[in-house]
Design a protein. Sequence first.
Length: 83
Amino acid sequence: MLKRLATMGLIEMIPWRGVFLTAEGEKLAQESRERHQIVENFLLVLGRQSRKSPRRDAEGMEHHVSEETLDAFSFVYPETRCK
């Protein structure tokens, strides 16, 4: 898995020091965190679940939601969107 991420330019492996995200890896990680936060906040606004449920549900949904739907979700919490 690490070799694949390195080949994709997302991480840099430095012997005896560790694994570090590249600028491109940081960008992808930030986008992923943003998508997750938008979906989780939207589910929390619905207010019918415990705090754990939206977080757990967002883990799966964030990967399948279109940009158009994310924009609609972020209408509820505009400060979540980093554009």
